[in-house]
Write a new protein. Structure first.
Length: 211
């Protein structure tokens, strides 16, 4: 018999030492999370997974805490403070995934299951994600047959293999196997939005970038 999984434990970890998963494509309302933490306290610990060596759930909550601390807020209820003044965050450890791919699949399913139910459909689910980031994540999982259980075959096929449209070239233009792109610096968010709309009307494939 294999070694049984370690029991679930809460450990208080310095905020700056918490590794967020770089491949997380979930969108977050950081301002809303901050207000929730300030009102109700920090009651939903992030979960660390050893297969990713990072937080597999709670990336947005960690980002919200960083913003609060760096903005001069007081530590919310639910955290501890070290003698040096570091914010110590309760983080779940244990019950790690069987592999890194399984941990990524869990990340997708864990988020999707908070929405599914009632009249929610795949469109509601996909609006939670950066579509390009989610597509890359699902393609990675598809190679090992570790796709999530919260999206059925038709949903996945539509996301991973979008149907051609009449008004777009469906892919960035390529020549001799190379991809040619142009990066334009906009004056502000309004200028960026207007320029994206204009380029897409011309059938060009483009996406916003904020750095």
């Amino acid at each position: 018999m294999g070694r049984p999984p370690s029991p679930l434990k809460i450990r208080f970890v310095p905020l700056d030492s918490i590794e967020r998963f770089a491949g997380n494509a979930k969108r977050h309302d950081i301002g809303g999370i901050v207000e929730s933490i300030k009102r109700y306290g920090f009651r939903d610990p992030p979960a660390f997974d050893a297969q990713l060596n990072a937080v597999v759930e709670g990336n947005g909550r960690v980002e919200a805490l960083l913003l609060m601390r760096d903005s001069g807020e007081q530590p919310p209820r639910g955290l501890r403070v070290s003698k040096k003044g570091d914010w110590l965050v309760p983080v779940l450890h244990g019950v790690d995934a069987a592999s890194a791919k399984e941990a990524k699949a869990y990340l997708v399913d864990h988020n999707n299951l908070t929405v599914l139910g009632g009249d929610a459909d795949v469109g509601d689910v996909l609006r939670m994600w950066d579509e390009d980031g989610l597509t890359d994540l699902l393609r990675d999982l598809a190679q090992d047959g570790a796709l999530p259980v919260t999206l059925d075959g038709d949903d996945l096929d539509a996301l991973l293999n979008p149907a051609p449209t009449k008004n777009s070239k469906d892919a960035a233009p390529k020549l001799d196997g190379l991809l040619y792109s142009v990066v334009v610096t906009c004056k502000d968010e309004q200028h960026q939005t207007a320029l994206l709309a204009k380029l897409r009307e011309e059938g060009l494939v483009c996406k916003p970038l904020i750095s």
